[in-house]
Design a protein. Sequence first.
Length: 373
Amino acid sequence: MNIFHVELKKTVDNSYDIEAGFSLEQNLISDIRSGLTGNIHKFAVITDSIVKDLYAEKITAMLKNAGYSADLFVFEAGEKNKTRRTKEAIEDAMLAKEFRRDCCIIAVGGGVVTDLAGFIAGTYGRGVPFINYATTLLAAADASVGGKTAVDTPLATNLIGLFYQPKKVYLDLAAWKTLPPRQVSSGLAETIKHACLASREFFDYLDTHMDDIQAFEKTACEHIAQENCRIKYTVVMQDERENSLREILNLGHTVGRAIETVSEYRLLHGEALAIGLAAEAALACHLGYMGSAEQDEMLCLLKKAHLPVAIPSYIDREALVQKLYTDKKVKNGKLRFVIQQGIGKIAEYEKGVYAIPVEEATARRIIMDMPVL
């Protein structure tokens, strides 16, 4: 027997900047001119049917006016369209437009757009550079930071994807004013989650300034954008590929993602997450990691953000219990939950392990006991 060893060790720097500000379209063009994407002159702008008229068409026109080749690729808005079929359709359209490895993808939109476009970038031509231009609070809080890209399937959300880092992320805070109130609330769920897992001080800030945030007061918006990035960066820099610590960013997601799927996406991601956070708080109380007063504080803050904390009547609760098993934290067929230790800290089950095994009977009890929306 002959064995030939292939030596492929290398060091890769996946660092990138996140720029938060108001109306950053010109900054994007200036950065590209200054070499952000090297010598690339061909850009695929990927967006959804809502953001197309608001921002993506403008950015595409600005690229063309700056002397670049740019094409716009649009899919129907909504989580239900973050699928392999949509990915395939955009890839085929890019191939038809003669996009090859010497191109860059620019994702313009919310979390669905950045997740999908990032996944396309990671696989197209075996990997092409991409930029996130985030236009929603949800994307600013979560989806555009950290390099997670994925699509959903009928069985589960975000289990088909890869880690692939952007060249740069732009958080356009001016775009938040174009969001419907329901979308603003949805984005606040991820923000509240960050406070719950990492910062009591940030939690209290959100409680005090919720009206300012919902009124798009400049200082408040800048502060929550900065804190979201700081909290998530602190975790991701230590565990880029979710081997241990990064699991804490899944706080509330075990129930949240399951209920989002079972609702057939009638619930927005943040709405489902809010219900997941409420369930997790109840579980934390049941297991002795949180007091009832802190649980009430969490529920009050979620309600202040106009988020649901009860399960809609149309949800089949037994189906929801079974859907928990599609969560990526499940190991050896056992449910595992990230649990708060009060507000601002996550319980560590053992050294470097942040997801706690929970019996199905316990999870079922928590779900069955939650109020009806």
